[in-house]
Design a protein. Structure first.
Lengths: 225, 225
DNA sequence: CGACGCGTTGATATGGCTCAAGAGTGGTGG
DNA sequence: CCACCACTCTTGAGCCATATCAACGCGTCG
């Protein structure tokens, strides 16, 4: 049903260590389309994204897909539960990661400061997911897309004169599966925002936010523009 | 819009300490309808539910509500992010709690075993929320309700001869706001499951699962009954 | 050049929402 | 003990937002 087919599992063998000769290997690179881990894999590592973008997904047997999150630089992915990963994770572009032992999070042995950082990342993750709930459960398609664009712009947007600009490394299908919509609805909603002069679209994957305040109002559900 | 109005804030003053004379107060009781904390409150405590049921909610300005989770015995609520709570929390019935200092989770000073337990609870929470995402974003109303009933039955159901039985301490509106539906749709879906002889309903708030396997299939999206 | 993947747009279908009415259910006070 | 009231739940009718099905354009790659 969903265009983006579950890819055949190509995993760790595809990960290219950046500094192959150091004993305590921690930094690595992953190529677009390659999986960092799959749902059900033993979760021995937790990863901090240094550059690039990751995609965390869950897939039902019949192919329905939910994008749980996109992992941007500064994000931490791969939190274990019962020692396993509970999502698939792959890269949307060449992505560099710093890997940490699961023990660093779970027992705190060794690097206390790192343990703290990973723990805080887990707590932020819980908070971010709560936002996402409201979006999935209670917002209209235009509110969903506006929320998504605002969140991404706040996080990784660029100032462009009077406007904001944000690059979208993911496909419309990814956005749809993140927001609980179809690609068609996402596309129509982009068009609607574009025709309302709230955004402009440059080469499909770059969005210019012409009216950030208006977009934020839409995201919050202020229907009186 | 939603029937259950945001209640006036009645908070900690309503919490009844069970053992008022002990210095290191940790166990407490909260009455139905009373708030344990509100979104934006400083998050100085993390709570383990010992008995009863809590409700974690988020509310938009226009009244749209999302139930983030129900807190059953064994669950931990109140994970802080930036030192604040990010949901409201109130009780659906008389509920007893064990309170822990935020520091116990964050710094791990003192009780290492407890620190471990709270950390694991946070990781389980992340995993549980990922399930919830799939439900909110990609499931039909009947799949949502079936998932909800199965999860609750697995967690707190009773064996009743050949059947399973589960009590629902929350209203239809709560279930609707948890599943991203309306009360009418929840009610109609209950009726549909009842007419299909998959469940029976006893006094509104007790559900008997007549065909657990069928219900589980529906929850997973196996449409071929 | 042809094939494919992705995005857009159009036409139509439909699942869940909205609005409305009525049927339990429980609590309260006379 | 009953009458009343407030609240929740259920059911019906109609509608609307989004899904579905389909066609096509565009860019990329072999």
């Amino acid at each position: 049903m969903y265009v983006t087919a579950p890819l055949p599992a190509t995993r760790t063998q595809e990960i290219v260590p950046s500094k192959p000769n150091i004993t305590h290997q921690r930094t690595m690179t992953i190529k677009p389309g390659k999986h960092l881990f799959l749902e059900g894999d033993p979760a021995d590592r937790i990863y901090e994204v240094a550059s690039g973008v990751l995609r965390l997904t869950r897939i039902m047997e019949d192919g329905r897909r939910q994008v749980i999150a996109f992992g941007y630089p500064g994000d931490t992915v791969g939190f274990p539960s019962d020692g396993l990963y509970h999502t698939d994770c792959d890269a949307l572009m060449p992505t560099t990661l710093v890997a940490h032992r699961r023990k660093t999070l779970e027992s705190g042995e060794g690097d206390t400061a790192l343990h703290q950082r990973l723990l805080q990342a887990a707590l932020r993750e819980i908070s971010a997911m709560q936002d996402h709930f409201m979006m999935l459960g209670r917002k209209s398609s235009i509110e969903k897309l506006a929320s998504f664009l605002m969140a991404l712009t706040d996080r990784v947007g660029d100032r462009l004169g009077d406007f904001d600009q944000v690059k979208l490394p993911m496909t419309r299908a990814d956005i749809a599966d993140f927001l609980g919509l179809t690609t068609e609805t996402v596309s129509r909603t982009f068009t609607q925002l574009r025709k309302s002069q709230i955004i402009a679209i440059d080469h499909i994957n770059t969005v210019i936010i012409l009216k950030p305040l208006t977009l934020r109002c839409i995201a919050e559900g202020d229907d009186n523009i």
